[in-house]
Design a protein around this ligand. Sequence first.
Ligand SMILES: Cc1cc2nc3c(=O)[nH]c(=O)nc-3n(C[C@H](O)[C@H](O)[C@H](O)COP(=O)(O)OP(=O)(O)OC[C@H]3O[C@@H](n4cnc5c(N)ncnc54)[C@H](O)[C@@H]3O)c2cc1C
Length: 402
Amino acid sequence: MRERVIIIGAGPVGLCLALALAREGIASVIIEALTAENFLDQVPRAGTNHPATLEMYDRIGLYERLEPRGLVAPLFQYWEREGQELVVEFDHALLRDVTKFPYVLQCERIKIVEEALAMAQENPLCEVLMGTEFTGFEQDADGVRAFAVHQDERIVLDGRYIVSAEGARSIVRKELGIEFEGFTYPDRTLNIEVAYDFKKHGYADRNYISDPVEWSNLFHWKGPPDRWRVHFPTGEHEDPDELSRPEALQGRLQRFLPRDQPYDIIGSNLYTVHQRVAQTFRKGRAILAGDSAHVNSPIGGMGLNSGVHDAFNLAEKLALIFRREAEASELDRYARQRRHIAVQHTQAQTIRNKKLLAEKDPAVRQKNKDDLRRTAEDPALALQFLLRTSLITSVREAAKID
Ligand SMILES: Cc1cc2nc3c(=O)[nH]c(=O)nc-3n(C[C@H](O)[C@H](O)[C@H](O)COP(=O)(O)OP(=O)(O)OC[C@H]3O[C@@H](n4cnc5c(N)ncnc54)[C@H](O)[C@@H]3O)c2cc1C
């Protein structure tokens, strides 16, 4: 079984990689710790899928399964919390000559992995081992050997390459001694899920709300029942139990948008935000992709998207190698291209996004607003802006790197 790729993790990155490889006729085996019973119990996460990513889903037939489960959202807005001022609105329709998908699809990670897992399980070239915990691996000149545990039994799997799509805690990255360079924000982000129609107040499906004290993101998700996700910053030393008390959550929402009735809160979670990129994405036959290679703040919705872009870029290169049309060094190109994007685009942009929303200096805040308005009003600037936020620019730029 040397002629296959071993993929660790059935997250969006691992599953897209397996499906993209299968499209090229390449077999893979996916090792996933979660079982068929608890796979869908994962906490809510990513959900904004940008145009460049929708094009990739479309290539493997995933888009048509996701669209009915998500919201087609052409508009997004920037707001100022004080006075509930709509600063500016961008419309992806400006991209209609550039992409088949001039909108984002609001479709949560859990729905993506549910559909992609079903597709992988139906595909004879993808073997999926659920309930199997990857524990380590070794490699030599001819291939890789992965070790895992399934129902207390140790199993050994052979393959030609191993791809770590196991998320930020990647065992592969640690075993290879690859530094995860960057920093962790001291404050955490509180996510509250609420059933309330914010559109009544003029909000779009995606909103970035700036405030010097309590910035937020406000996103709409398809139900039933429809839900909205609101992100708030929290103090570095605030007690997690205190922050998550129902009255505390209600208080935050009421301060954000006062109502004479309580909000119907569906759930909440608190998470730590890291900005980190692995020093290299490849060592020999072991390759990092997605969160195991880079993690970032969710402001701008770039983590899942850029991970999926890694998967498609990598599948293309592995296909060339398996067909003997390229040397193994083609994988260094993958590493150069995708690491460049992780550092220069994803990290740089997400750090800027947070700074923009949380800016405290009134003069800088005013300048930010003026810049956003000037960009939205000028069609050429707006097009450049949307090409960047929709991640089309980063895919084009990566392709030019040798
Ligand atoms: C609150 C929140 C909101 C977000 N919003 C967005 C957004 O709007 N847009 C966006 O682009 N990104 C967003 N992100 C980031 C996004 O969720 C991640 O970037 C994305 O899920 C990474 O995909 P992945 O496949 O690399 O890893 P993961 O999704 O983490 O999947 C890893 C898989 O590997 C499995 N695994 C782990 N260890 C092992 C092991 N030892 N053995 C076997 N299996 C293992 C796990 O069970 C899991 O199934 C958000 C993140 C958070 C926390």
